[in-house]
Design a protein. Structure first.
Length: 84
């Protein structure tokens, strides 16, 4: 593994597109503030829990009854309320 890049916060902000490309290619970047490390930009593959797609099955039916007996009327009312 290659040595992580080190960038100051301002420099990292200015170079974010390049740093994202580097992360996609497997390179880590340590972001510092006043010379002290505060964050790391790393490839998502290094964090499997962040890249795992979760099943939607536990959410099935969780909205049932949320909009009352006539969901179309409720949604229409909410839309009209939003557009005022």
């Amino acid at each position: 593994m290659t040595k992580p890049l080190r960038k100051g916060a301002e420099e990292a902000r200015n170079e974010l597109p390049q740093l994202l490309i580097a992360a996609q290619q497997g390179r880590q970047t340590i972001i510092t503030r006043h010379g002290r490390p505060v964050a790391i930009l790393a490839p998502i593959s290094e964090h499997p829990e962040a890249s795992m797609q979760r099943s939607l099955l536990p959410l099935a039916g969780s909205g049932r009854g949320l909009y009352g007996r006539d969901s179309r009327a409720t949604l229409r009312r909410l839309r009209d309320e939003w557009n005022r």
